[in-house]
Design a protein around this ligand. Structure first.
Ligand SMILES: *[C@@H]1O[C@H](CO)[C@@H](O)[C@H](O)[C@H]1NC(C)=O
Ligand SMILES: *[C@@H]1O[C@H](CO)[C@@H](O)[C@H](O)[C@H]1NC(C)=O
Ligand SMILES: *[C@@H]1O[C@H](CO)[C@@H](O)[C@H](O)[C@H]1NC(C)=O
Ligand SMILES: *[C@@H]1O[C@H](CO)[C@@H](O)[C@H](O)[C@H]1NC(C)=O
Ligand SMILES: *[C@@H]1O[C@H](CO)[C@@H](O)[C@H](O)[C@H]1NC(C)=O
Ligand SMILES: *[C@@H]1O[C@H](CO)[C@@H](O)[C@H](O)[C@H]1NC(C)=O
Ligand SMILES: *[C@@H]1O[C@H](CO)[C@@H](O)[C@H](O)[C@H]1NC(C)=O
Length: 474
């Protein structure tokens, strides 16, 4: 509580300073002859965002950052000198020729600077109403011509209008990274990316290790995040073209919303509640055991409603049954009957799942599901297919290799058609398969193993019987 009183005091002091030192406060722009000192700020034209110096709670270090101007809880959305704090209040921020934003300390040493590969005659710094801080030439309005913008180098906050993803022309990837802790804005362990490889899906990573995957974009949302739906607060989309692939969103009304990555790696979307004067968590991920990337291994299906969490997909069995029974699911599952591409495979429909990792996928637009099946069947390494865009019901998404990171989402999961040996496949095109069909081993460990043993015996006897019948028929 003391903390927030201090923050309010600080904001109050800032306002007083603004009133007494007119020049910097009443503008959204700095030219190359101006600068702001600690205590001075610039404010975007519509008064939504403010740029200045601040200290995170419980810290005396000084940082240059951007925060919401109209929101009563101090909420920093961007930090310049994340890794190089000022230790006193004598910092100075200015824009210099040929177009760099620099931060100097007491001894006039540059401790942080923006960069740019181009130069302009009349560089200015402007804080836009979107919260984007830009360096540009004079009255330049074309975002393509900005020399530098904070939206290209976000910290832990993904704001409306930012493009989270890859620009193939400039080679720039825009992603967000967590703070080290709530006291230290230096880059922490976690990052959040829109990864276009195969087909776009978003990831929380810890270093290079995948922690959480949203599932592929499906035209309406992400396959594994059913709680992200059309709403009156913001609209969102994944944009894909030859120049860039990115995830973005925009505000639909006057409610503020932002997406952040916490120091512990949780992606959280917040909306501002004007009535109570607080930020409310709108959705957050990962939020259950099954959001842990690849927990159940290849061809495993994760089900939060199952006490054993992991099960094998129907027509699959644990690769190592004893390890599986010991809750080591990392080796996943294998087909009960091996594929035999030469003598013809088929497909089985599985419904109600978060679609598997599309890192090794390829896709077609504008193709019918029937055509998807034909194309996948022709290529022996194609292991599964699904509809690409569920809003139009067209296009195909193809998987090559093992299917990883599937989760049961009964209500909102998607259909996927998995390649099976012809003896196993029932092609139920158009009919409705059972939701989240899985072989689920849900008894206690000991009983589980016993059950598995007898199940295998039954399967074995059945197979013998059908073989026997085939021989009889022949
Ligand atoms: C730092 O720079 C400012 C203006 O550029 C100048 O007035 C001041 O004397 C300099 N201070 C030091 C310690 O060099
Ligand atoms: C200013 O920055 C320089 C370079 O990083 C550093 O050597 C110097 O100690 C800093 N001065 C103060 C007073 O922090
Ligand atoms: C600017 O700096 C970032 C890292 O801070 C780097 O990735 C990027 O390539 C630099 N851009 C230019 C134009 O030098
Ligand atoms: C939020 O509340 C303030 C007063 O508490 C009011 O001035 C402002 O218009 C409200 N904003 C919205 C978007 O309702
Ligand atoms: C993609 O293919 C590579 C190479 O075969 C493999 O190492 C990797 O595990 C595959 N990734 C997925 C998600 O299937
Ligand atoms: C996609 O399909 C629609 C209707 O079937 C057709 O009019 C359109 O030309 C197709 N587009 C492409 C790029 O094939
Ligand atoms: C099957 O698909 C893979 C991945 O797209 C491709 O590399 C391979 O050439 C295809 N094989 C055939 C026989 O078309």
């Amino acid at each position: 509580m003391k903390k927030s009183v201090n923050d309010i005091l600080l904001l109050f002091l800032l306002s007083v300073l603004c009133l007494t030192q007119k020049i910097a406060c009443l503008t959204d722009t700095l030219t190359a002859t101006q600068f702001i000192k600690d205590g001075e700020t610039i404010i975007s034209a519509g008064g939504s965002f403010e740029l200045g110096f601040f200290s995170p709670s419980l810290s005396t270090n000084r940082y240059v950052g951007i925060w919401y101007k109209k929101i009563s809880i101090p909420t920093v959305v961007w930090v310049a000198n994340r890794e190089v704090p000022l230790t006193s209040t004598s910092g100075v921020l200015e824009v210099i020729k040929p177009g760099l934003l620099v931060l100097r300390n007491d001894t006039n040493n540059t401790i942080w600077s923006s960069n740019s590969s181009t130069s302009v005659p009349n560089p200015v710094l402007q804080l836009l109403e979107t919260g984007n801080l830009v360096v540009k030439d004079g009255n330049q309005e074309d975002p393509e011509m900005f020399q530098w913008q904070s939206f290209d180098y976000p910290t832990d906050t993904f704001l409306p209008g930012m493009k989270l993803g890859h620009n193939f022309v400039t080679g720039l990837e825009v992603y967000i990274s967590s703070w080290k802790s709530f006291e230290d804005p230096a880059p922490g362990k976690y990052t959040y990316h829109c990864d276009p490889t195969g087909y776009p899906q978003n990831f929380v990573k810890m270093g290079s290790s995948l922690q959480f995957r949203t599932g592929p974009w499906n035209g309406l949302g992400f396959s594994g995040v059913p709680s992200l739906q059309r709403n009156p607060i913001f609209s969102y989309e994944v944009v894909m073209n030859s120049k860039e692939v990115y995830y973005t969103y925009k505000l639909l009304g006057s409610t503020s919303t932002r997406f952040t990555l916490s120091p512990t790696g949780v992606g959280q979307r917040w909306t501002w509640d004007n009535q109570t004067g607080s930020w409310i968590i709108y959705l957050s991920a990962p939020n259950d055991n099954c959001d842990s990337y690849g927990l159940c291994g290849a061809y495993g299906g994760c089900d939060t409603e199952n006490s054993q969490i992991c099960g094998c997909l129907d027509k699959f069995s644990p690769k190592y049954p004893d390890k599986w029974a010991n809750r080591d699911w990392s080796n996943g599952c294998i087909r009960n009957v091996a594929l035999d591409c030469q003598s013809g495979d088929g497909f089985t429909k599985y419904s109600g799942f978060k679609l598997p990792d599309t890192h090794n996928s390829s896709y077609n637009t504008n193709t019918s599901l029937e055509e998807c099946r034909r194309i996948c069947l022709k290529n022996c390494s194609c292991t599964a297919y699904s509809t690409l865009d569920i809003s139009s019901g067209s296009g195909c998404l193809f998987w090559f290799g093992d299917l990883i990171d599937m989760k049961v989402i009964s209500a909102a999961g998607q259909d996927i058609y998995i390649r099976m040996a012809s003896s196993e496949s029932v092609f139920l095109h158009g009919s409705s398969g059972k939701k989240g069909k899985m072989l689920v081993i849900s008894l206690s460990l000991l009983l589980g193993m016993v059950l598995l043993g007898s199940l295998n015996l039954i399967l074995y006897l059945r197979r013998r019987k059908s073989k026997f019948q085939k021989q009889k028929n022949a």
